[in-house]
Every structure is written in structure tokens, then in C-alpha cells.
Design a protein around this ligand. Structure first.
Ligand SMILES: Nc1ncnc2c1ncn2[C@@H]1O[C@H](COP(=O)(O)OP(=O)(O)OP(=O)(O)O)[C@@H](O)[C@H]1O
Ligand SMILES: [Mg+2]
Length: 580
């Protein structure tokens, strides 16, 4: 239960709804319990009148009690409705709050967190686990309160009629609770297994749909089908095992209630003969027993709900208590139109222990364009990761305007940077939404200007829906170069202070590339630009180029200086010009 304590703050937030719910539960039960007495009274007066051979007024008596029963049933129904409207609605509201809290935390966590945790797990926390928690907040709380109220009322009424009969009748009920608990526990375990297997089946289908090109070109359909077949078979087996247990649930409850009813009639009958109770009391007791049966059975069910919710909340708490590696502790809103200085900066990725950058020092001058060149895996993207503070340096430091990057307000820093990442991720949605990603209020004219600068406007205008063209799944399929240019347009729209292009022109043809670079130059005349590329032609106009190898700077200078250096850069230059 201790993990569920976390939810108390939400219960407190909705305390008035919860209190109202409590009141409605009490009223529901009061109106539920009286009809048993009406049945007893009706039966007893009927029997009395029959014995005395008084035939008058019988229908009036029956009409009176029948009317009362209907009236109470209606009132009970109304309050039951209100109970659900308060407690179940409250649980939905808390579910909403909790989902948002978890999602907000997700967005705060660093990139490293996303590498350790699988997407499926993250999704499960926010869907399945929160659903389990809601079952505790809604049904579990509601049934627990209901049971305690109903139990006190019924027991009070029963003992008032006959102690001995009450004891006999109540005897099988704990047995009912315990067996329902065991059966529900088994059901939960089995259904978790079913869920897990369902995830596997989904994952296999999803992967094979996404990777359909590779599957077809490798003619791997048969293997994929076999994999799907086996995991589907396992799913069915687990489902059948679950159904076997589930099938026991209702018969078990009915049997135990039946035993109670039988005892009521037998012991009650004896008591009637002794003259301790009336025939009507037997009917009254049968109604009580049946009223108690479901709530008592629900004890077992509720217990297993609470256990499940507790395990889920434990997993959620684990995520909520993680402190993001990249902390927004600084609050300086430094002018970012200034030099960026790396001083003996190193970066070790903690999960893999890879030393991506080793003691590098260099300066990115304000308003200048710097090129970063190097083999794959040499640490180019790692430099950008540090500037955007997606990671922090392991040693050394980075200063902008002579302020340590960690002292700068994180939102101020990131909102001043326009980063085109290497994989240029696009979101599903329209082209307009993707280009205007950085603002809530998209300016269509600015979107068009950005598309022009990214040399994408002609192609967008050739699509039937132009800027409203939907991309991604069930939308238009863009080519690699088109995707890259959209990601570039997204940054042009943002108009940042620092431009970072991470190898995002690789799929753009040379002609368009030069045009984009010219547009960039115009745009960034007074802005800092960092361009990463494998192609020397992309970088040659930069004010300074640094050449990386295995996390170290091996050469540095302008294009012609590097050529006369006769090092790695000029070797590659020779290769690339010969291949043209
Ligand atoms: N997020 C990460 N976690 C752990 N290791 C990483 C991570 N990103 C990169 N690395 C490792 O750090 C080293 C440098 O990677 P980086 O991405 O900076 O190279 P790169 O120069 O950008 O290469 P490419 O030209 O292929 O993009 C590589 O050995 C890589 O495996
Ligand atoms: Mg890279």
C-alpha cells in the first residue's frame, strides 16, 4: 500500500467530490436495505390475514408495500447514479492529472534516460499502469466504502432479528471473500501474461509493417510469418488458460451464496417452528444474504485490484522520482550572440562508457560560420549535443559570452538555437505544422518564406494540398532530401541566434545545397552557424573548419589553409574531387 500513498495528494485535491461520494454511498445503502423489511412485513401481514381468513384489504397492503419497494428502488438508483458520477468521475480526473504529470516528467528527462528505457515500457507506464491505478481510485475505493457501510447496516439489522440465524448465515461469507481473492489473483496473473504476449504480437506486426521494404527485398516473408504464427499461438494458449480460470469465477460465487441461502431456509425454518422469528424474517434474511454476497465477493476482487495498482504505482513512482541529469539550475539570460568557447571539454557517454570527446578546446566566433569535419563516429554530433545541453561535459567547460553554459537558463539557451538534427525527425501532421513547429501561432507567410529559403517551395506547391499536405503515416511519402529540407525550413522559420546543421544536406543535390548555403549565409550574416558535414564542398566557405578524429581536433583552419596542410582534410579533398 505504501506506494499508493503518492496518490493521497490527488484525493486531497478532490476531497469535496470524495466526501459527496461517501454521502451518496450511505444514502444508496439506506434505500437498498429497507425493501427487505417491506418484504417481511408484506409477507407477515399476508400470512396473518390468510390465517385469520380476512380477505379484505389484502390487495391494499400488498399495494402499499409494493409501492414502497418501487419508490426505494428508484431512490437507490438515483443515489447510485450520483455515487458513480462523483467517485468514478473523480478517478477519471485524477487519471488525467497523473497522466499529464508523468508525461511532463518524461519530457524533462534527459536523452540518456530514453536510451536506457524501451519505448514500450514508457508507453505502458502512461497507459496500462495508470489504468491500474485508476481502478484503485475508482472502483476499489468505491466498493470498499460501499462494503463497510452496507455491512454495518445489514449486520445491525440481522442481529436485531436473530443472533443465531445471523451467525449461521454469515459463516460462508469469509470463505467467499478468500476464494474470490485467490481466483482474482490467478486471473490477474494470467491476464498479465496475456497482455505481455499481446505486446509481443503487436511488436512483431508493427516491425514487419515498418520494415516491409527490407522483408520483401530479402524475401523474408516466410520467416516473418513463422515468427508471427508462433507468437500468436502462444497468445491463444495463454488466453485459453485465462478463460479456464475465469470460468470458475461465477459458479464459485453462486455456489457459496447458495449454501448461505440454504442455511437461511433450514436454520430459519427451525427458528420459525420454535416461534423465535416469523416466516417473513426468512424472506428478509434471504434478501440480506444476497445483498451481502456481491460486496463480500468484491473484497477479494478489490484486494487484487489494490495489489495491482500498488505494483503499477511503484513503477510510476520510480520514474517520477528520477532527477533529470540535465538540470535547469542557471537563470542567466546571457546574450547568446557571442563567442562559444570549449575549454578542455570531454564527453563520456555514461551508459556505454564511450569517450566521444577528449579534452578539446576551440572557439566558435560570434557571427561566424564554423564547419566540423571528421570520420563517422569522430564526435561531431557530440559537440552539438553539448552546445544544446542534451548532455553535459564530463570534464572541462563550455562558455558562451564568458558565462558557463550550465549557468544559462536552459529554455533561454535552447530556444535560441536552431538545430537540424542528423535524422531530421518530422512529426505526423501537415507540412505547415512541421515547418511552424517552434510556434503555437503559425504564421503562414513566414512558413512560405522558410520553405523558400530551404529550396523546398516548388515541390510543396506541386503537391495537391500544398502546405496542408499531410506527411508521415497515411500521408505523403517524402524523399530523403525532401525530409532534410523540411527539417531545415523548420529552423529557418524559428529564426534562432545560433544555427546548427548536423549533416542535414547529405541527401540534397549539390545545386540545391549551394543555394541553401547561400540563403543561410544571407540569413546568418550576423549569426553564429555550425555546419557538420562529410562533404568538403559543404564546408569550404566556412570561416573556420575543425577536423575531428576519435574525439580530438587534429586540424583547424580555413579551407585553403587546411589544403596546404596536406593532412587528413586535404587527402579527403583529393578523393572527393576525383570522384566527382
Ligand atoms: N547517445 C549516445 N550514447 C552513447 N554513445 C554515443 C551516443 N552518441 C554517440 N555515441 C558514441 O560516441 C561516439 C561519437 O559519436 P558521434 O555521434 O558524436 O559521431 P559523429 O561524428 O557525429 O558520427 P556520424 O558522422 O556518423 O554522425 C561514437 O563512438 C558513438 O558510438
Ligand atoms: Mg553525427
Amino acid at each position: 500500500m505504501k506506494h499508493l500513498k503518492y496518490l493521497n495528494k490527488f484525493l486531497w485535491k478532490y476531497k469535496s467530490t470524495l466526501a459527496l461520494g461517501l454521502l451518496f454511498i450511505a444514502l444508496t445503502n439506506i434505500f437498498a436495505i429497507y425493501p427487505a423489511e417491506f418484504v417481511r412485513n408484506a409477507l407477515d401481514s399476508l400470512i396473518q390475514k390468510l390465517n385469520n381468513k380476512e380477505n379484505d384489504n389484502i390487495s391494499l397492503v400488498l399495494l402499499k408495500y409494493g409501492g414502497l419497494i418501487i419508490l426505494f428502488a428508484v431512490l437507490k438508483g438515483i443515489f447510485l447514479y450520483m455515487t458513480r458520477q462523483t467517485i468514478i468521475v473523480m478517478s477519471r480526473k485524477i487519471e488525467f492529472d497523473l497522466k499529464n504529470e508523468v508525461f511532463d516528467q518524461y519530457q524533462k528527462l534527459s536523452i540518456g534516460f530514453y536510451k536506457i528505457n524501451k519505448t514500450g515500457d514508457l508507453m505502458n507506464r502512461i497507459t496500462e499502469d495508470i489504468t491500474n491505478v485508476r481502478m484503485y481510485l475508482g472502483p476499489a475505493i468505491m466498493y470498499s466504502i460501499n462494503l463497510s457501510v452496507l455491512f454495518s447496516l445489514v449486520i445491525y439489522k440481522m442481529f436485531a432479528v436473530s443472533k443465531i440465524l445471523s451467525i449461521f448465515v454469515l459463516f460462508p461469507l469469509p470463505l467467499l471473500a478468500i476464494s474470490v481473492y485467490f481466483v482474482s489473483n490467478k486471473i490477474n496473473k494470467k491476464s498479465e501474461k496475456v497482455q505481455a504476449q499481446l505486446s509481443t504480437v503487436t511488436a512483431i506486426s508493427q516491425e514487419s509493417f515498418s520494415g516491409i521494404r527490407v522483408i520483401k527485398s530479402f524475401t523474408n516473408e516466410e520467416n516473418t510469418l513463422k515468427m508471427f504464427f508462433n507468437s500468436c499461438k502462444e497468445y491463444t494458449n495463454r488466453q485459453i488458460a485465462l478463460i479456464k480460470i475465469e470460468a470458475m469465477f461465477i459458479p464459485l460465487i453462486i455456489t457459496l451464496i447458495g449454501i448461505s441461502t440454504l442455511l437461511t431456509i433450514y436454520i430459519g425454518g427451525l427458528e420459525v417452528f420454535k416461534g423465535n422469528i416469523t416466516t417473513g424474517n426468512i424472506a428478509e434474511f434471504i434478501i440480506y444474504v444476497n445483498m451481502l454476497a456481491w460486496p463480500v465477493a468484491s473484497v477479494g476482487w478489490v484486494t487484487s485490484l489494490i495489489q495491482r495498482a500498488s505494483a503499477s504505482q511503484e513503477r510510476i513512482n520510480e520514474f517520477l522520482k528520477i532527477i533529470p541529469e540535465i538540470k535547469n539550475t542557471g537563470n542567466l539570460k546571457t546574450n547568446l550572440n557571442s563567442d562559444i568557447i570549449f575549454k578542455k571539454a570531454s564527453l563520456v557517454y555514461s551508459d556505454t562508457n564511450i569517450k566521444a570527446l577528449k579534452n578539446i578546446s576551440f572557439k566558435i566566433k560570434n557571427n561566424k560560420q564554423i564547419g566540423i569535419f571528421g570520420k563517422t563516429g569522430s564526435g561531431k554530433t557530440s559537440i552539438v549535443n553539448l552546445i544544446c545541453r542534451l548532455y553535459d561535459v564530463s570534464s572541462g567547460d563550455i562558455k558562451i559570452n564568458n558565462v558557463n553554459i550550465k549557468s544559462i537558463d536552459l529554455n533561454h539557451l535552447r530556444s535560441s538555437i536552431g538545430y537540424v538534427p542528423q535524422d531530421g525527425y518530422l512529426f505526423s501532421g501537415t507540412i505547415r505544422e512541421n515547418i511552424g513547429f517552434s510556434s503555437n501561432n503559425i504564421d503562414s507567410q513566414e512558413v512560405e518564406i522558410a520553405a523558400k529559403k530551404a529550396e523546398m517551395i516548388d515541390e510543396i506547391n506541386s503537391f495537391p494540398d500544398k502546405f496542408e499536405t499531410v506527411i508521415g503515416e497515411r500521408g505523403i511519402q517524402l524523399s530523403g532530401g525532401q525530409r532534410q529540407r523540411l527539417a531545415i525550413a523548420r529552423v529557418f522559420y524559428k529564426k534562432p541566434k545560433i544555427y546548427i546543421f548536423d549533416d542535414c544536406l547529405s541527401a540534397v543535390d549539390a545545386n540545391k545545397e549551394q543555394k541553401i548555403l547561400e540563403n543561410l549565409k544571407k540569413e546568418t550574416n550576423s549569426k553564429t552557424t555550425i555546419i557538420i558535414s562529410h562533404r568538403i564542398s559543404t564546408l569550404e566557405k566556412s570561416d573556420n573548419i575543425i577536423v575531428l578524429d576519435e574525439g580530438k581536433i587534429i586540424e583547424q583552419g580555413k579551407h585553403h589553409e587546411l589544403l596546404s596542410n596536406d593532412g587528413f582534410y586535404s587527402q579527403i579533398h583529393v578523393n572527393q574531387t576525383n570522384n566527382k
